[in-house]
Design a protein around this ligand. Structure first.
Ligand code: HEC
Length: 221
């Protein structure tokens, strides 16, 4: 019982501070619009792949949803499980950006002074990196390498909405190496996954996909 009362009191404290109007110095015009421009607006703009969030009027009604999506790390979409494989992941928000957004929303989402807006915003994120060569090998189930192969990037092919696929490399001389785990695939978030550093596998190594009926394109370096 004592424990329950303690939780209750803590809960009241949190909800009181969260409902103060404008209890934050973070504003749309100064901080948040810049984060959205850089991290979200290549999709969330007029004419983009999703609804626009580039003005205060557009973003304000979405404030709570924006906070939730970034705290849960559902936005910007990545589609792969982090930590399974060593993927380059430029587009994830920094912890500081996430804190700024959460503070702004909890503080009542103030607009601030529009004079502080970036007059010529550049909308990101954009993937600037492309596979260095056109060499593409498609793995369907298991591929045993006849020659050494250096993998720079992977891309799921023909995955069904909602399906998941894991890709691992199994070299004779070393432990099984996780490469990529795409989880709950969404066609609108289709992308190429780059390894942080290209991985060279010897002849005889096997690349395996689970479930085995999934197609994965490998891009060599
Ligand atoms: C690669 C494109 C892309 C990027 C980048 C992106 N989004 Fe999204 N976002 C989408 C799409 C597509 C949807 C619609 C998903 C759906 O249909 O449910 C969406 C949905 C949302 C939703 C609504 C979720 C819901 O259903 O309640 C919010 C809020 C959101 N995005 C915020 C953001 C924020 C904030 C960022 C940047 C930090 C961001 N998004 C970056 C494509 C993107």
């Amino acid at each position: 019982m004592k424990f329950g009362l303690f939780l209750f009191i803590v809960g009241v404290g949190i909800s009181l501070s969260a409902h103060d109007v404008f209890s934050t110095k973070i504003t749309w015009s100064r901080e948040i619009s810049r984060i959205i421009d850089k991290r979200c607006a290549s999709c969330h703009r007029e004419g983009g792949s999703s609804f626009a969030l580039t003005t205060f009027e557009q973003a304000r009604p979405w404030a709570k949803a924006i906070k939730e999506e970034v705290l849960e790390r559902r936005m910007p979409p990545f589609g792969a499980i982090k930590g399974f494989g060593d993927l380059a992941d430029d587009e994830a928000l920094t912890q500081e950006e996430i804190h700024l957004i959460a503070d702004w929303v909890e503080g009542g989402s103030p607009e601030g002074d529009p004079a502080l807006l970036d007059k010529n915003p550049e909308y990101g994120p954009h993937s600037k990196r492309n596979p260095k060569t056109g060499a593409e090998v498609v793995v369907h189930g298991t591929l045993t390498l006849k020659h050494p192969l250096t993998i720079a990037a992977l891309r799921p092919k023909n995955l069904k909405q909602g399906s998941s696929v894991k890709v691992v490399a199994d070299s004779p001389a070393s432990a099984i190496e996780p490469l990529l785990w795409v989880y709950n695939y969404r066609p609108e978030f289709d992308r190429t996954y780059y390894l942080r550093t290209p991985l060279t596998l010897p002849a005889g190594a096997r690349i395996e996909t689970f479930p085995p009926d999934s197609d994965i394109a490998l891009f060599s370096k």
